[in-house]
Design a protein around this ligand. Structure first.
Ligand code: KIV
Ligand code: ZN
Length: 510
């Protein structure tokens, strides 16, 4: 296949994806996702927006320093200050890319930036020239490009390429395009920008009308060579184009598209599960490619067909994506070796110390639960990844609740090697236990969101609680895991409080 049929995958799970409402990943979680993206083989990982917060800056820096064999990009506004800080974060990468952006639509120029078209053009060119002094790989995005005046956009693209941009991104920032329209838009840019051959055109489509993937593919068909997407399609509002859908459309319809990506298909499902577990954003069961039902056949006629030959009702094989139809279980007799092997097969890269800690939890749970499936192991390791230094640790929990009685909780926590115990009442057992925690920690969190999920089927299933807790002006995601759902809830609440303390410590050390 000719070189210009190669499509570059630019993954923005850690940047646009992390901007999904309610999602907040810490540096360790981001690093785990970055490793898995590298295993999938995406060409560019957009690691974050370093100017957004100290946490984002540190996470981008860690990813840039640790990941090899992949381009690490970071986003910044088109100003020298933003570009300087972004370069500081990514300069340790093997192949760093500065991704700078400025809106180009009249709506944004008039109402958000309050600058003229001329000023926008000058600022965009100046930003690319400024970024170029740091590194050769510069991407420029004209935010809200699809709603911009085409003649003006053609000028911008030409000028930023002259200034040194190697990649020019044409986002449909608000997901307003439909495929034929978006395809023609990209075609017009390819035809009208005189120096377009000196840059790669990229597309970045949002999913507000449910067309992000279709629009991206239309862009590819009309000359775009880079596609920006996110695992499970997460991102601002309705999200971005889903990475796995783009990859599998190009693979399954290769005869039609005649384009190629270089990826490790078997790692796709693991990426989806990891992102879903760490962000707390569950994948809808009927989601294309990675949803629980994507390869489930319910009707008798379909089942009969699939038993005769899978191609009757399947256009791709789940095994190709790393979805294992044979389930593997571990139990209390499984050793550390088997445990470690299984975690590696599930795509986790943990240090020996982290494996040891996870193995202790595994043994505790295996004593209560006969069989631990892959989902259980994932939940358990996510506990590890979500862990922050435990200033407060749950040592004991007793609940009394039932019909016609006031729910009461007795909670014992260890704090800096001291043990404190209090009792509290509440509207329900979780409320009572959290109030007791408040009294001990003297931190009064507000529960904004509470999600309880049974990790697997069965009455002995592990309960996983993900909560969003507001403490002062910030929101922390907490996670707790236990076969007892009240315990899982309290652990999740304490996890958020520990994150708050960790944050406080890091901020005061800055
Ligand atoms: O949607 C968008 O326009 C973006 C840009 C910053 C690339 O995310
Ligand atoms: Zn976007």
């Amino acid at each position: 296949m000719a070189e210009n049929n190669r499509i570059y995958l630019f993954d923005t799970t850690l940047r646009d994806g992390e901007q999904s409402p309610g999602v907040s990943l810490n540096a360790e979680e981001k690093l785990q996702i970055a490793y898995q993206l590298a295993r999938v083989g995406v060409d560019i990982i957009e690691a974050g927006f370093p100017v957004a917060s100290t946490g984002d800056y540190e996470a981008v820096k860690m990813i840039a320093n640790k990941l090899k064999g992949v381009t690490v990009a970071a986003l910044c506004r088109a100003t020298p200050g933003d570009i300087d800080r972004t370069w500081e974060a990514i300069k340790g990468a093997e192949n760093p890319r500065i991704h700078t952006f400025l809106a180009s639509s009249d709506i944004h120029l008039e109402h958000k930036l309050k600058i003229s078209r001329r000023e926008m053009l000058d600022q965009a060119v100046a930003a690319v020239q400024y970024a170029k002094k740091y590194c050769p790989d510069i991407e420029f995005s004209a935010e809200d490009a699809f709603r911009s005046d085409l003649d003006f956009l053609v000028q911008i693209v030409e000028k930023v390429i002259d200034a040194g941009a190697k990649v020019v991104n044409i986002p449909d920032t608000v997901g307003y395009a439909v495929p034929e329209e978006f395809g023609s838009f990209i075609r017009a840019i390819m035809e009208r920008v005189p120096n377009i051959g000196r840059a790669i055109v990229s597309v970045h489509c949002h999913n507000d009308l449910g067309m992000a993937v279709a629009n991206s593919l239309a862009g590819i068909m009309n000359g775009a060579r880079q596609v920006e997407c996110a695992a499970n399609g997460i991102g601002e509002r309705a999200g971005n184009a889903a990475l796995e859908e783009i990859i599998m459309a190009l693979y399954t319809k290769k005869a039609y598209y005649q384009k190629e990506v270089q990826v490790n298909y078997k790692e796709i499902y693991r990426l989806s599960t990891l992102v879903s577990n760490l962000t707390g954003m569950k994948v809808q069961p009927n989601k294309a490619i990675v949803g629980r039902n994507a390869f489930a056949h319910a009707s008798g006629i379909h089942q009969h067909g699939v038993l005769q030959n899978r191609s009757t009702y399947e256009i791709m094989s789940p095994e190709l994506l790393g979805i294992n139809r044979e389930r593997m279980v571990l139990g209390k007799h499984s050793g550390r070796h088997a445990f470690k092997d299984r975690l590696e097969a599930l795509g986790y890269t943990l240090s020996e110390e982290e494996i040891n800690q996870a193995f202790v939890t595994f043994k505790e749970i295996a004593d209560k639960k006969k069989e631990l499936t892959d989902e259980d192991l994932e939940a358990l390791v996510n506990d590890q990844i979500w862990a922050v230094p435990e200033r407060f640790k749950l040592e004991y929990l007793h609940i009394s609740s039932g019909t016609n009685m006031v729910p009461t909780a007795t909670v014992k926590l260890s704090i800096d090697n001291k043990i404190l115990q209090v009792a509290a009442i509440g509207d329900g057992p979780v409320d009572a236990a959290c109030r007791a925690v408040d009294k001990i920690t003297d931190v009064y969190g507000r529960m904004l969101e509470y999600k309880l999920n049974a990790v697997t089927a069965g009455k002995d299933a592990l309960g996983e609680v993900v909560s969003r807790i507001q403490i002062e002006s910030k929101v922390y995601n907490g996670r707790g895991l236990s076969t007892d759902i009240v315990e899982a809830s309290v652990k999740s609440y304490i996890n958020a409080i520990n994150k708050y303390y960790h944050d406080q410590r890091n901020t005061s050390e800055d």
